[in-house]
Design a protein around this ligand. Sequence first.
Ligand code: ADP
Length: 853
Amino acid sequence: MPLPLKRPQKLSLLRRIPMPLMSIMIGLFCGLVVWGMLDQVQPRALRSIFAEEMKTRLDQQARETLIRFDNYVLAHTSTARLLANHRQLANYLEPVYWFKGDKDQPRQYRSTPPWLPGSTLWQSLIRPSHILLLDSDGRTREIYQLGDRPLPVELAGTNELPLSERRVQANLTSLGDRPYLLVSETAEDATGTEMGFLMLVAPIDEQFLAASQQGVSSNGVLVGILEADEQRFLASSDQSRLPPQRRLSEVEADFLVTAQSFSEYEGSTLNLQFATLVPHSVVEAIRDRVASLERRQRLVAAFTFVSVFTLVFFLLSERLNKILQRISRFSQRALGSKQPVIERGNQLFVLEDWIHQFIQLVKDTREEMRQQHESEMHESEMLKQAIMETALDSIITIDRQGVIIEFNPTAEQTFGHHRQEALGKVFADLIFNDESRPQFNRLMADVLSSRDRHPDEMRHELTAIKRGGGVFPVELAIKPIRLKNRLAFTIYMHDISNRRRIELEIRSLAKFASESPSPILRVNRRGVILYANNASDQLLSYWGCERAQTLPLYWRNRVTEILANGRDWQTQVIGATQVYSLLLTPVVDLGYVNIYGRDITAEREAERQAREHQQELIHVSRLSTMGEMATGLAHELNQPLSAIANYANGSVRRLQSSGRESEDILYALGQITAQADRAGEIIKRLRALVGKQTPVRRIADINDVVREVCSFVEFEARKAGVVIEQDFSISSLPVKIDVVQIEQVLLNLIRNALDALLEIPEDERNLVIQTRCQDGERVLLRVLDTGPGIQDKDMSRLFEPFYTTKESGMGMGLIISRTIIEDHNGTITAEQRAAGGTCFSIVLPSNRNRDEQ
Ligand code: ADP
């Protein structure tokens, strides 16, 4: 049974969001949260990494600038060695001799001295400001000035150069508060005698420092010479940005300074350091670049995080959604719910609703079942009580010892004992007399010994007694009830005295039919006579069969037909002496046909006699009419008879005066024959009309009948000065009639009309006979006159017997006409014409087939 699941509650906004969409939102949220957390940690780590890196890079840069500086100095040293060992210097020094104590001024050159080779020597080096030749005491002997810069006084040759170690090749020193690089190399003459030194004097100024870093992108980085003790710069590679004598503390506002000691150059006692200065702006720019790069990376990372989270959530939820939808559909099918599965919205919530509802449903159903069970129990109890109370049978329950343990109200009424009285009594003693008690005890023994017998077999009829001693027959059935621990019996008892009486009545009723003086039969669908009472013997002999035999074939077929269409059928049977009217009535349900017969021999005889009387009356009426018409008929006959006499006389005369042509005689004889025939015809017709005949019906055209009648009354009409107008239908109007009788009716109507017309002036007399076909099934014949008509008060009496307004009238014409017409299943009526006069209408059934119309 499909469970009536309630519709899941309306989806809230959250529930309405489909799961994939929700997962996208969750994915976005999670991605953003993770990114937000990482974004907090990452920049700090990156900043420290950056600071570390920056420091390393600055150190490295400082080392590189120092190495480049060293290399530059080394290039000077090499140049100095090259010049000192050059053959040209040796050759020059060969003849030269410097005296100790000689106070001469050193020899000055402004152009290339003879001890130097060509100027191509300097190549990439900044030219030194001076190249000196010193003697072995350190006193300057020759000076070659390469620029405008004056030679520091310390080297002017007035004093011996305070070089403690002459062998020191490169020496950084401060001369006149300017830093200088002094590179010296031993100079020998051509003989290999050590003469002194060749010294390159190079001021370490802006050009020098810039040249030392040449070829490397400075990127705003400066190098400088720092006087470490005084914390001030002596020179820098860009004086405009870092003028000499600037203090380190001032410089540090703009630059990041890395100072390194010169390890290889010794000289003065000065504490000189090589400084690499990186502008803060460069660091900031780098930091900014790194920061923006790092931000970009973070963004990419965030995007990747969010995308990956979202995608993963989406795919998982999509899959989960489908699975949940399938589970929902499965649940719907399993629960047989007609409620459609909600495809949209969050399937998790939808499923949750399903589960909630299912659980609720199970609870409800369980509660409902419990209640139903309780109410069923209650109902069953009530029902049992009601059955016991309202049962038409006496229901008495007894235990195994036959003691009454239940006694219902019907039993109280039937036996006249109150329930309380009956309970605890022995059933057989209370209900049965000494005669029936042993019978009942036998029955009980039977019931105990034989189980599972058919209920009908356990019905027995006994005689019971009621309070007060009245005895009555009862039908009794015993039903053993096997309870858990004991055996009981329910006894159903029914007072059957009524039934007995009804049975007697039925038996008496059954005799009823047999006692009927009319035939009553019952036939089954095969035509076998199941029952026929005593009065049916004549019928049976007519059919030539006995009871329990089959009817003749014709009657068998009728029985089948009647049973098939379920309608009564009435017919007549004319036996040897008796006539029976038979009514065959189908009993469709049982497949029988009851035949009720009625002896109508006497009725038929009475009818026959009445008909004969009627014929007699009609005949008499006709005769009377004929009597009235006698004058006219005599006149009618007179004419042919006179003609015959005339022709006969003429013929005689002609025969007497012989010699006349026989042709004339033959003509006259012919006329005699014709007139005699005419007279004969008139008489024949009169005989036909007057003669007493048995009624014969034949098919005739009503127009022909009217024509015939008109010829009868021709004389009377002429006498009355009336021309009968014949207004006939074009087609023939066949009717099945007794022609003589219908002629009689017409004759009566026309003669009445002629009588009426006599009462008005001759020029107003008019008589029309109309024939028409009506609805194709009837023929209408009307006789219309312009006479004085019939007053309304007389209209109702018109068809009464002996009603007449004429002196010599009989007042039977119209009543006989109506009898004849009704005998032909037709009608005759009279009415007053609007323009004055009377109209008689006759309607007869037409005999024309529909096909012929
Ligand atoms: P009778 O002709 O012997 O009187 P009927 O039964 O034929 O008997 O007619 C009954 C009466 O009906 C007539 O006396 C007459 O008064 C009246 N009647 C019949 N036909 C006509 C007619 N065409 N016009 C006026 N009255 C008529």
